[in-house]
Write a protein that binds this ligand. Structure first.
Ligand code: F6P
Length: 550
């Protein structure tokens, strides 16, 4: 439960929660060993399939009753109606008064959705067409730099959703990317990020995509200005070079023009696309240049597959609903604080980082839509690393530590790089981990191996550590789309249960405002006026800088 004062006007608790609490009392300590022994079919039955993904949730601490009760909770929260409200463009982002329509970004050409008198699907395809012709001209060498050189380097400048999605998607789909080109991603205001990204690049062959929904983000504008100076320094200060080497992705045409980018070179999107839900909007321009418009379209089709599955499939067979509800089960009934996401696919190495923003910026909230304090824990901490690397690092704690960490294992039957027996070893490890986590190793088993008595307690694995296994054939653009949409909708499901606004992010504002106040104090232009710790730290930075300047 969150700290701090409780609201006195707490809402009436849902009946399903009381039933779930009673059920948790009954089965909360049941061991997966026993659940499997009593129900030999559960490994086949507690599964769901859709949009090219297979979900095995049998290694969770649930029974059929648990799923029935969790689905009852979703029904009581009116999940179905909330899903329809989202897909139809109602202003469900209440604190910002906005529709939430990332699902419109992947609706097929010819579909129509009228929101506030505008066909948003038609607008989406208009932008997609402009992106496609731009991406083609860069890939084919028709779009040239200021001096006539072919563009071979693309640097995306953005942060948060304007970076994590494109950076993750580029890594995930590198196999399909144009290998004669270089793609880099700059986000941090730390100049090291930009400096390192530009190392070895020839400005005359480099295109910057400045990605920012608001075009007001300090980090992005600072990096974009420095990148522009870098370009101009090599172009003898000729401002005309900017038009050939800078394009923008934004919802804010005015600010783009103010920065000096020709609005003709701007790709727009809309306030109904949240930053962390934007990798399939124009924010995906770098992805499209990397993999080509056709592959990008396949990715959108994958998103749409999962949208359709989410909207149309019964709740108890619905992958995002089950994933979201299992998250609620562990967070609110077992007190689990984190979820580990463990892709057994090197190309998904940035996927956990991407999910961190998606899940934690969305559901890291403590106030309900009605404006009162939540009565249960909300968003878990998401983290992870690709397998098998994590096995040789933090899995020890998941197996034998004192903290319960539900895990999502993600695996692919075929490798995009089929070499020797690597893929068999990879998949064998994935399956072995889920088995070891669920069933552990008992004292009797350890003793039967002839283990020295003093080592026996160290070699016991308690098991009963829950995991989902998500399988797909191979990591294609289409499957990447379905996978991302799976988590988007799981996050939404949880937000509905918790009655929070999963689409705002007020929690990032305070730090931004304070940083602007601290900035002039750092250089000594203003007197520090904070608490004694912040004042002393500021003073220490200033004195250390004076020393290093001497
Ligand atoms: O500060 C958080 C945030 O607003 C994210 O939600 C967003 O993805 C990121 O900053 C970048 O914002 P923008 O695309 O407007 O630069």
């Amino acid at each position: 439960m969150p700290d701090g004062p409780r609201s006195t006007s707490a809402p009436q608790e849902r009946a399903a929660l009381a039933a779930l609490r009673a059920h948790h009392e009954e089965i909360g300590t049941a061991h997966l060993r026993d659940l499997f022994a009593e129900d030999p079919d559960r490994g086949r039955r507690l599964t769901a399939e859709g949009a090219g993904l297979y979900l095995d949730y049998s290694k969770h601490r649930v029974t059929d009753t648990t799923i029935r009760l969790l689905v009852g909770l979703a029904e009581e929260a009116d999940l179905r109606a909330r899903v329809e409200a989202m897909f139809n463009g109602e202003k469900i982002n209440a604190t910002e008064g906005r529709s939430v329509l990332h699902t419109a970004l992947r609706r097929p050409r010819g579909d129509s959705l009228i929101v506030d008198g505008v066909d948003v699907v038609a607008e989406v395809h208009e932008v997609l067409d402009r992106m496609a012709s731009f991406a083609r001209s860069v890939r084919e060498g028709a779009w040239r730099g200021h001096t006539g050189q072919r563009i071979v380097n693309v640097v995306n400048i953005g942060i948060g959703g304007s970076d994590l999605g494109p950076a993750m998607a580029y890594e995930a789909l590198k196999h399909f990317s144009e290998r004669s080109m270089t793609f880099r991603f700059v986000s941090n205001v730390d100049a090291t990020d930009l400096t390192e990204a530009l190392l070895g690049l020839d400005p005359s062959e480099t295109l910057f995509i400045v990605s920012s929904k608001t075009f007001g983000t300090l980090e992005t504008l600072t990096n974009a200005r420095t990148a522009r100076e870098w370009l101009l320094a090599s172009a003898g200060g000729d401002q005309a070079a900017v038009a050939k080497h800078f394009v923008a992705v934004s919802t804010n045409a005015e600010k783009v023009a103010e920065f000096g980018i020709d609005p003709a070179n701007m790709f727009g999107f809309w306030d109904w696309v949240g930053g962390r839900y934007s990798m399939d909007s124009a924010i995906g321009l770098s992805t499209m240049v990397a993999i080509g418009p056709e592959r990008f379209e396949e990715m959108l089709a994958g998103f749409h597959d999962m949208d359709t599955h989410f909207r149309e499939t019964a709740l108890d067979r619905n992958l995002p609903v089950l994933t979201g509800l299992l998250g609620v089960w562990y967070r609110d009934f077992f007190g689990a604080q984190t979820v580990a996401v463990l892709p057994y696919e090197q190309y998904l190495k940035r996927f956990p980082a991407y999910l961190q923003q998606l899940t934690m910026e969305s559901n890291g909230k403590r106030t309900t839509l009605a404006g009162v304090e939540v009565q249960q824990d909300t968003g878990a901490i998401y983290w992870g690393e690709p397998g098998t690397n994590g096995q040789h690092s933090f899995y020890q704690l998941i197996h034998q530590g004192t903290t319960l960490i539900p895990c999502d294992f993600i695996g692919f039957c075929r490798s995009l790089n089929p070499v020797g027996d690597h893929q068999d070893l990879l998949i064998a490890n994935l399956l072995a981990q889920t088995e070891a986590l669920a069933f552990g190793k008992t004292r009797a088993e350890v003793e039967a191996e002839g283990t020295a008595p003093e080592l026996v307690p160290h070699r016991i694995f308690p098991g009963n550590r829950p995991s989902s296994t998500i399988l797909a054939r191979e990591l294609s653009p289409r499957i990447l789309g379905t996978l991302v949409a799976l988590y988007e909708h799981a996050v939404f499901t949880q937000g509905v249960i918790w009655e929070i606004d999963s689409f705002d992010q007020w929690g990032v504002e305070l730090g931004k405002a304070l940083a602007l106040r601290i900035l002039p104090e750092l250089s000594g232009d203003a007197e520090p006026a904070h608490d004694s710790s912040t004042n002393a730290l500021l003073e220490r930075v200033r004195s250390m800088r004076r020393e290093t300047a001497e």
